[in-house]
Design a protein. Structure first.
Length: 327
């Protein structure tokens, strides 16, 4: 009788292990109010700085929101996007991250936190809290940010190139990339709504204007009048000009991005691709029909989900004293 009991015990241990492993990689150790005892005013300190920043530089809302996205999709939400490299080989040196701005704002927030609570609040958590504060400042509903992340000490340009979702992705690639990070199809369409804020370089979509299939043609899924307007701003091979992703509403968190997509005015191929899946299309249709009845709440939920990707917690990693370099 000993063997069956031993077998059962082993089986139970294996099942426990299978359930525990995903949690380690996806959010275990995070909680709302992680700094309640060690730095009780942490989020208030961040908000005070961000209120000052947003009052004078509201255009940083989009780049600071995307900074959290781009951090989480490469090595997880562990602050590697912030690290500098003497050889320009860090994540921030990868072309997909050239549109990110506001690193000095993160440094300003971190300095304020270090003054109040030295060596306590991680740079990864700063990114998550700042992302929440900028969307709230531009019109989104507030949501509770889980904290407790630790900072990584590796940042690779090549990993950024291989892990960031490209703007020319089709729906199959989008769903696969999000699923690989533990995110659902709903998370995909909801988080795409973050394109309501900010700008993009012409180079991220110029193929849709000038050479969509390699024959000097335009993307038939892009509205012809919109193409004409974009061509006035973006000449061939333009690498520097910035264009609003949600024209006329670039500093307001709203549902106008979803209004643009059925009109074939989503800026990226990845935006247009949201019409190619029944679930993502149904979500867009619902938000348009109901005036965004669930989007604002859904966005907070999906941001929390994204914030759990590949986190370092407990004794893993470190809490950087300066966000741009390891201790």
């Amino acid at each position: 009788m000993a063997c069956p009991k031993l077998f059962l015990s082993c089986l139970l241990l294996q099942l426990m292990f299978l359930f525990l492993v995903p949690e380690v990689a996806h959010g275990q150790g995070l909680k709302v109010g992680f700094y309640q005892k060690t730095c009780p005013n942490a989020e208030a300190i961040v908000k005070k700085v961000m209120d000052q920043v947003m009052s004078v530089a509201p255009s940083l809302s989009g780049p600071l929101l995307r900074m959290h996205f781009h951090d989480c999709f490469v090595r997880g939400c562990e602050g590697s996007i912030l690290l500098n490299s003497s050889t320009n080989q860090a994540e921030k040196d990868a072309p997909p991250n050239f549109s990110l701005r506001g690193y000095q704002v993160i440094d300003r927030v971190k300095t304020a936190l270090e003054k109040a609570c030295p060596g306590t609040v991680s740079c990864a958590d700063v990114l998550a809290i700042v992302a929440r504060d900028v969307v709230v400042a531009t019109g989104a509903l507030s949501y509770d940010v889980e904290t407790g992340r630790r900072d990584g000490n590796v940042s690779s340009l090549n990993e950024a190139l291989n892990n960031l979702v490209p703007p020319n992705a089709n729906i199959t690639t989008l769903k696969a990339d999000f699923a690989m990070k533990g995110l659902s199809v709903k998370d995909l369409v909801v988080l795409s709504g973050g394109h309501t804020l900010g700008t993009s370089h012409c180079s991220s979509f110029s193929d849709r204007l000038y050479n969509f299939t390699g024959k000097g043609d335009t993307d038939p899924k892009l509205d012809s009048n919109y193409i004409a307007r974009l061509k006035l701003k973006c000449k061939p091979n333009d690498q520097t000009t910035l264009v609003e992703m949600d024209p006329g509403s670039v500093r307001t968190f709203d549902i106008k991005y979803f209004d643009l997509i059925p009109k074939r005015r989503g800026l990226f191929t990845s935006d247009a691709a949201l019409l190619d899946d029944s679930e993502t299309k149904a979500y867009i249709d619902l938000q348009i029909k109901t005036g965004g009845s669930t989007f604002f709440k859904d966005f907070g939920v999906s941001m929390v989900n994204m914030g759990r990707i590949g986190v370092l917690t407990g004794t893993a990693g470190e809490v950087r004293k300066v966000c741009a370099k390891v201790n």
